[in-house]
Design a binder for this molecule. Structure first.
Ligand code: C2E
Ligand code: SIN
Ligand code: SIN
Ligand code: FE
Ligand code: FE
Length: 486
């Protein structure tokens, strides 16, 4: 025997009440003629809606959306679906409305509460924004190691993503352990730029000392601690956070957040604040590491320079006659180069090139290098290799690459009769043209194993006559002027 079915209307009612929704039967102009209400929070209540135009019972945005939907349904004769929100019991509730034409000028409206779905959507969108923000910061950390730039960008992210009026970052100064202002935005006065706090002093100092976030709501009621200066009141802040910035337990600074109205932070907001401060701490640490690296790098360069000076001294130790030659020609060449208006950067390389100019003589046997008389053809063949030997020796050293011109070309001659390439005129790099004059002048005025030093006047006369032959005439002119001035 079959159970008798309940009355169909009763059944519909029962099914409907289990559904989270509201079914309205509307006339063409939106007047509510009838309804079935399931589990739904809606305001005004369905009973209040009855016999009124639904649009007129709702706030302006929902009103407009219903009007639009009614005209779409009437024009197309098809369903229309849209979302709208209502502010009920201090909260935003989202609804999806589906309008269906029933014929005879009647329309069914089915409303569902989609607040949870909307909140998820919004939360996801916020998450995306925040991920994008974190990614921006991340890129800044890896691409720019300029700490000020990174901090400024972090501050801007804090302000926009956390929706606060002002933020600043204080950094721990390593020598003094004082918290000092490093970056900030959103302040009306410059009071904050002078911040300097000891560990434990003030709210920021307390956050740094305890490694705990400090929050002060109703800031204006707190007369003592925070009032860094009488001007502080002018800022009108009411809410405040001090977030310690630490990496692996080492405190690097404090992020301060200020707002001129009460904040109502939720878990999301706090999570994001913590993420941002984590990123800030990493950015600061990277910048500190980079600065240390730069310092180590310049120490490395000093070590290199000491090394090449060591090499050239080793060369001079073999050939007692040339002692002091390297230092003299280096100093004179640097002078000549600056008289020529070369930049400091170019001169750094010229200086190294001058120090290393004859480093290739390291490979020349004593029997040739220290020979008391003139060289025979075979000996000359070997002696002339000292320029290319220098290049072979120095080429693998990256930082000496721009310094190679002098070792390589210092025996080329302006008229194209030099070695090893017989370069002519301005095909010879300027550094080498400058150096050649200085080198010959110093060689002539010094004792050599193969001859005695020439008097200064004779050497100067020789240089003058070689202008346009061995030497660049313009270089000779400036060189002679430079020596006259001494
Ligand atoms: P260095 O003695 O330092 O000479 C450097 C350059 O100064 C020479 O390059 C040359 O252009 C010029 N110079 C030096 N002494 C004289 C000189 O008495 N008269 C003239 N007119 N110019 C002079 P260079 O000629 O390519 O020689 C390169 C290097 O070869 C010299 O450096 C030196 O170490 C060696 N060398 C050159 N000639 C002799 C020589 O007769 N005997 C020996 N033992 N070594 C020589
Ligand atoms: C030197 O004796 O150190 C300079 C000679 C040269 O330039 O080859
Ligand atoms: C070159 O012509 O190779 C170099 C020119 C210069 O350095 O003055
Ligand atoms: Fe040489
Ligand atoms: Fe020399």
């Amino acid at each position: 025997m079959q159970q008798p079915l309940p009355d169909s209307d009763e059944l519909l009612q029962a099914v409907f009440q289990a559904q989270p929704g509201l079914l309205l039967v509307l006339s063409e102009d939106g007047t509510v003629l009838d309804y079935r209400a399931g589990q739904i929070l809606f305001s005004p209540s369905p009973a209040e809606l009855l016999r009124n135009r639904i649009q007129d019972s709702l706030p302006v945005e929902a009103h407009i959306k219903f009007d639009d939907a009614f005209s779409r349904v009437q024009h197309t004769g098809k369903d229309s679906v849209f979302d709208f929100s209502l502010f009920i019991k201090q909260q935003t509730h989202w609804y999806e409305a589906q309008l269906t034409p029933l014929g005879q000028g009647l329309i069914a409206a089915f409303l569902r509460d989609i607040t949870l779905r909307k909140e998820n959507e919004l939360a996801m969108r916020r998450q995306m924004d925040r991920l994008a923000a974190l990614r921006t910061i991340d890129m800044a950390i890896t691409s720019s190691l300029d700490l000020n730039l990174t901090l400024t960008m972090l501050i801007n992210q804090v302000k926009t993503q956390l929706n606060v009026d002002a933020a600043s970052i204080l950094l721990v100064e390593p020598q003094t352990q004082l918290l000092k202002y490093a970056a900030g935005s959103g302040f009306h006065t410059d009071v904050f730029m002078h911040t300097s706090l000891r560990m434990g002093e003030g709210y920021a100092g307390r956050a740094a000392l305890t490694r705990q976030t400090v929050r002060i709501a109703n800031l204006s009621n707190h007369q003592t601690d925070f009032l860094r200066s009488p001007h502080f009141a002018q800022e009108g802040f009411t809410d405040y956070f001090a977030v310690p910035l630490a990496v692996k337990g080492r405190i690097l600074g404090v992020l301060e957040i200020f707002h001129r109205a009460p904040l109502s932070p939720n878990a999301d907001w706090l999570d994001f604040m913590n993420m941002l401060s984590g990123q800030a701490a990493i950015a600061i640490e990277s910048a500190i590491i980079f600065n240390n690296y730069e310092r180590a790098n310049s120490a490395l360069i000093l070590a290199y320079d000491a090394t090449i000076e060591g090499w050239s001294r080793a060369l001079e130790l073999r050939d007692r006659e040339t002692q002091g030659h390297t230092q003299r020609v280096t100093e004179m060449t640097v002078h000549l180069a600056s008289a020529f208006g070369l930049t400091e950067q170019q001169i750094i390389h010229i200086r190294r090139g001058a120090i290393l100019h004859d480093i290739g003589k390291m490979a020349i046997p004593d029997s040739i290098l220290l020979k008391a008389g003139p060289l025979d053809a075979a000996e000359w063949e070997i002696m002339r290799q000292h320029t290319s030997i220098a290049v072979k020796l120095l080429r693998p050293i990256q930082y000496l690459a721009p310094a190679l011109e002098i070792p390589q070309y210092h025996h080329e001659k302006w008229d194209g009769t030099g070695y090893p390439f017989r370069l002519k005129g301005e095909h010879i790099p300027l550094a080498a043209r400058l150096f050649a004059v200085v080198d010959v002048y110093d060689a002539l005025t010094s004792d050599r194993t193969y001859r005695k030093a020439w008097p200064r006047a004779q050497a100067l006369e020789y240089i003058r006559t070689e202008a346009g032959r061995h030497f660049d005439p313009k270089v000779v002119e400036i060189f002679l002027k430079m020596l006259e001035g001494r």
